[in-house]
Design a protein around this ligand. Sequence first.
Ligand code: CP
Length: 307
Amino acid sequence: MSGRSLISIADLTTAELEHLVARSGEYFTAQPVDHRPLRDKVVGVLFTVTSTRTRTAFSSGVARLGGTVVAYGPRDLQLVTGETLDDTARVFGGMLDALVVRDPVPMADLRRFADVSGIPVINAMVREEHPTQGVSDVAMLRTHFGRLDGLHVGYFGEGNNSATALALGLAKVPGPSLSLATPSGYGLDPAYLAEARQLVAGSGRQVREVHDVNDLGDDLDVVYTTQWCTTGTTKPDPDWRRHFEPFAVTEDLMSRWPGAVFMHDLPAHRGEEVAATVLDGPRSIAWAQARMKLASAMAVLEWCLGG
Ligand code: CP
């Protein structure tokens, strides 16, 4: 294989993640002129579920780095008519230099695709994890605060694929702690929580999960939330909103941490997981966070394909 895949943050060494975070920060601060590490590269961008930021970030990122995008939507490939994943991978391996994928498949399918195709595969969100969101969010924290050391991030909402990536990403770099406030029954996958905890064990840092916002301490530097219905998913319990309402980020909740900034991976639903005055208010860095997605997509593409 020529190049490297990014399928899970768990696959990265600390040094590799730190490199991606630093490089994202550089691309965020200044878009270099005549920097074309993807010249002559053709990257497939396959999104079978909705996306505004990630799809645009990777498509724009490939173009800015000198490469060419071949875009596929939800019903474009013969996978829909029954062609196998392995056959698709074999064909793509002979025509593309990398594939960026968002699909609600298990992560094992991406690993299989990378093995069979022989080209780098970038996970743009699958069932278990959204690693490029995690890289981007760690980079945003590093860029905004100028440090990760000693930061305490509070995450509010479902323990979804973005939360998993955030937990693994924050645990893997030195310095930060994470408290997840999730509705009971909608927490982080216990295996990923255990993995993140293992990464911080003995460091004096913490990764913990609570199911009551009153169990959080008074030392959060960041209040982070996410949409209540994770992209591509539904909730079987018709009464699920009742469980999420105590985790809504309101002005009242924010007043508990007067020094904290607000982050949101977007898309946002004002009046649901976040009050409009918080998302659009002076403590919100959500719009810079969204812009970081392009910078971090460029860092990931360069790392995967740039030699
Ligand atoms: N945060 C995020 O992944 O946004 P999109 O779903 O719009 O890509």
